[in-house]
Design a protein around this ligand. Structure first.
Ligand code: CS2
Ligand code: MN
Length: 348
C-alpha cells in the first residue's frame, strides 16, 4: 500500500511541507478545486499542480474527487455532453501521470453531519451525526445544514430534493449505470482506475436516494461494468456508520477481487439509534476493528493507496473540519504501525 494525505491546495492551512514530515507519507490526494463542476480539467493546470506537489517531495497519483455534475445524477439531457467532458478530464489526468480518480454519486450533498465540532470529553472536537438533530430539520421552515449552508440557497435545495424524489433509488441506479458505461471504457483506455466513494452516512437522508451504502449496492455497481477500472474507494467511516456493514469482510471480498483502488481509514463510534461520532483512529476509540481492517488489506496483498480519513481537532488546532494536521498524522502513523506489525508477524 501507499500512504497518502488529502491536501486542499494553496488555501489549505496544512502545508505540503508539513505533510511531508509525517512519517511514512508518500503522496498527496487532491483536486483542481477552481474548475467548475462539469468542465474539462485543463492539462496545463493539472501539470502545474502536480509539479508543485512533486517539488515538495511528494507523489501525486490520486484525485479526490472529479465531481459528477447533478445533471448526470438526475439523468438530464445535458448528461451526454457532461459525460464527454468527464472522459476528457480522465484522459488529461492520465496524460499527466495520474492513476486513480475518486468520485461519488451522492445526490446534492456529499457527506452529511449534524455537528462539525462537537466537544468531546477529552477536550477535542469532532464531526458527529445525531438522528434527533436530523429530524429537526424542516426544509419548509428554514434550516441550517452544517457545512453546506453557503452552497445552496433554500429554494434551490428544496427544488433539487424534489427532483430526486421523482428519480428515486432505481432511477439513480440507472443513471449511475449510464455514467459508468460512458466513462469506464475511457478510463480503461487511458489507464485510470475509477474509485467510487460510498455514501456518508450510508443511508438515505432528507429524502434523498442513496445507492452506495452496503455490500449489495457495491456488488450491483461493480457488476454494471465488470472491469477492474470500475472500482471502489473503501471508506471505513462512511460504510461503518451502518453497524450492519462488516468492514473487514468487505475489504477481504472486494480487495480480494482487485476492485479496491483507494482506501479511507478512520474509526467511528456508532450507537444503536444510528448516531455516530468520528473518533481517533485506534480500534479501542470507536466501533470499528481497525487492526482487522488493516489485516484484511494486508492479506489481500493490497497495493493501492490508503489515506487516513477525517481526524478530530486536537491540541487547539483550528481549520477545515475533519482535515486538520495532527489527528490525521496520528492516524497515518497508527495505520503504518499496524501494517508493519502485521508484516512482521507474517514474516516470522
Ligand atoms: C469525505 C467525502 O469521507 C470523505 O472522505 O470527506 O467528502 C469524500 O471526499 C467524497 O465524498 C469523495 O468523493
Ligand atoms: Mn471517506
Amino acid at each position: 500500500m501507499k500512504m497518502t494525505f488529502r491536501w486542499y491546495g494553496d488555501d489549505d492551512p496544512v502545508t505540503l511541507e508539513k505533510i511531508r514530515q509525517i512519517p511514512g507519507m508518500t503522496g498527496i490526494v487532491s483536486a483542481l478545486y477552481d474548475v467548475p463542476v462539469g468542465e474539462v480539467w485543463p492539462v496545463e493546470k493539472i501539470r502545474a499542480f502536480k509539479a508543485k506537489i512533486e517539488a515538495a517531495g511528494l507523489e501525486f497519483e490520486v484525485i479526490e474527487s472529479v465531481p459528477v455534475h447533478e445533471d448526470i445524477k438526475l439523468g438530464k439531457p445535458s448528461r451526454d455532453r457532461l459525460i464527454e467532458n468527464y472522459g476528457q478530464t480522465l484522459r488529461n489526468l492520465a496524460d499527466c501521470g495520474l492513476k486513480v480518480v475518486c468520485y461519488n454519486f451522492m445526490p446534492v450533498l456529499d457527506w452529511f453531519r449534524t455537528d462539525l465540532a462537537e466537544q468531546m470529553a477529552d477536550g477535542s472536537n469532532t464531526l458527529t451525526f445525531h438522528m434527533e438533530d436530523l429530524e429537526k430539520i424542516d426544509l419548509d421552515k428554514g434550516y441550517s445544514l452544517p457545512g453546506w449552508d453557503a452552497s445552496y440557497k433554500p429554494e434551490e435545495l428544496k427544488g433539487l430534493i424534489a427532483e430526486y424524489a421523482t428519480v428515486g433509488e432505481d432511477g439513480l441506479r440507472a443513471n449511475l449505470e449510464y455514467f459508468l458505461k460512458g466513462v469506464i471504457p475511457v478510463a480503461a483506455e487511458a489507464g485510470i482506475k475509477m474509485a467510487i466513494h460510498p455514501d456518508d452516512p450510508a443511508r438515505p437522508i432528507l429524502g434523498l436516494p442513496r445507492i452506495v451504502k452496503n455490500r449489495e449496492d457495491l456488488l450491483s455497481l461493480l457488476a454494471m461494468v465488470d472491469a477492474p477500472e470500475n472500482g471502489l474507494t473503501l471508506c471505513t467511516g462512511s460504510l461503518g456508520s451502518e453497524a450492519r456493514n462488516d468492514i473487514p469482510a468487505l475489504v477481504a471480498e472486494f480487495a480480494g477481487k482487485g476492485r479496491i483502488h483507494f482506501a479511507h481509514l478512520r474509526n467511528v463510534k456508532v450507537t444503536e439509534r444510528g448516531d455516530f461520532a468520528e473518533t481517533g483512529h485506534l480500534s479501542k476509540d470507536g466501533s470499528l476493528d481497525m487492526a482487522a481492517i488493516v489485516r484484511a488489506f494486508f492479506e489481500a496483498g493490497f497495493e493501492g493507496y490508503i489515506r487516513p480519513d477525517h481526524g478530530r481537532m486536537i491540541w487547539g488546532e483550528t481549520g477545515k473540519p475533519g482535515y486538520g494536521l495532527y489527528d490525521r498524522a496520528l492516524g497515518a502513523t497508527y495505520i503504518n504501525g499496524l501494517w508493519e506489525g502485521i508484516a512482521n508477524v507474517k514474516a516470522a
